[in-house]
Write a protein that binds this ligand. Structure first.
Ligand SMILES: [Zn+2]
Length: 325
């Protein structure tokens, strides 16, 4: 696949599967999960980005993007993780961390309810605190199908609460103190209705989850509370409400990015939403819009990739279309 083409992978799968009809699809074999398949990038003395964690599905000969980006924050008392990748990848994360620190994982923060971000939760000891936005905690009890995409395994159905958040927040939550502090923010609906923005204030680093998954049309998982119309407002609130940040970890992009990139992404989403709404108001059809839309040149220059060969934007257009009065 094109480097830099980053999509919320789950939605990609569904759209592509639909597009190619009966092509075989299925999760990558669990045997592929190993610490060796995880790449650790040290972005601060005590903060690592763990990439890899399994392609979500193979369809035809095409691998869709990798599981969600994990962050590992090494505090005085233990490791705080953001996101746990796909089922089967919790233990490989633990194994990989042994190359980095002797400290155990003490806390997991889940950015949102998708299986490539919460899938490894059950592989951590029951003593590990799990933190998420209150809407994500509710959604994780069901693991609803991704709209326009596949079903999700109902991982936490019969676990007596194991793997589910033990602590939730509504607007803001501070965890830890001093250099070990982590601040969680919620700015409203975007990719789902429970997207947490995770800030390491002493390091001036943000993990944005799939609210900023990468440079492309944002997958709108309306089954799990997404909103196209509110999305740009949510990003605007994040830009206004977050403290100074130098480095942004995204849900799926292959490098870290900056707040300037988040600002550009907000403009991209706003423009996309506006164009869909304009098409609807002009009496065009969804098919007509999908066929005719291309990424505006200024965003192509920023690395926004054409997605048509991998994923239809149709499900996302439909969400905005239906939200438009
Ligand atoms: Zn997602």
């Amino acid at each position: 696949m094109i480097r830099g083409l980053i999509l919320g992978a789950l939605v990609v799968v569904g759209a592509l599967a639909t597009a190619i009809g009966a092509a075989k699809q299925g999760p990558v074999a669990p045997a592929a999960a190993s610490a060796a398949a995880i790449q650790a990038e040290k972005i601060r003395e005590n903060l690592y980005v763990l990439r890899g964690g399994g392609r979500i599905y193979q369809i035809g000969g095409v691998s869709v993007p990798q599981a969600g980006t994990t962050a590992a924050f090494i505090t005085a008392t233990g490791v705080v993780l953001v996101d746990t990748k796909l089922p089967g990848w919790g233990q490989p994360i633990i194994d990989k961390l042994k190359e980095i620190t002797v400290k155990p994982v003490t806390m997991v923060i889940n950015s949102h309810t998708h299986v490539d971000h919460v899938g490894g939760n059950l592989e951590f000891p029951g003593t590990v605190e799990i933190v998420a936005h209150e809407n994500t905690a509710t959604l994780m009890k069901e693991m609803r199908a991704v709209s326009g995409g596949p079903t999700q395994p109902n991982l936490f159905k019969d676990t007596n609460g194991r793997g589910l958040p033990t602590r939730t927040f509504k607007d803001r939550l501070t965890l830890g103190t001093g250099n070990d502090r982590v601040d969680l923010y919620y700015f409203g609906r975007a990719h789902t209705s429970g997207d947490a923005w995770v800030v390491f204030p002493a390091l001036r680093v943000l993990h944005a989850g799939d609210a900023f998954g990468g440079k492309g049309v944002p997958p709108l998982d309306v089954n799990n509370g997404a909103s196209g119309i509110e999305y740009p407002e949510t990003i605007a609130k994040a830009l206004a409400g977050l403290p100074p940040i130098d480095t942004v970890i995204t849900g799926h992009y292959h490098t870290t990015l900056t707040m300037a990139d988040l600002r550009t992404y907000g403009e991209f989403v706003r423009e996309f939403v506006r164009e869909v709404q304009a098409a609807r108001k002009a009496g065009r059809t969804i098919d007509d819009f999908v066929k005719g839309w291309t990424i505006p040149e200024r965003f192509v220059k920023e690395g926004y990739a054409s997605t048509e060969h991998l994923r239809s934007i149709r499900p996302d257009v439909e969400v905005i279309w239906n939200e438009t009065k």
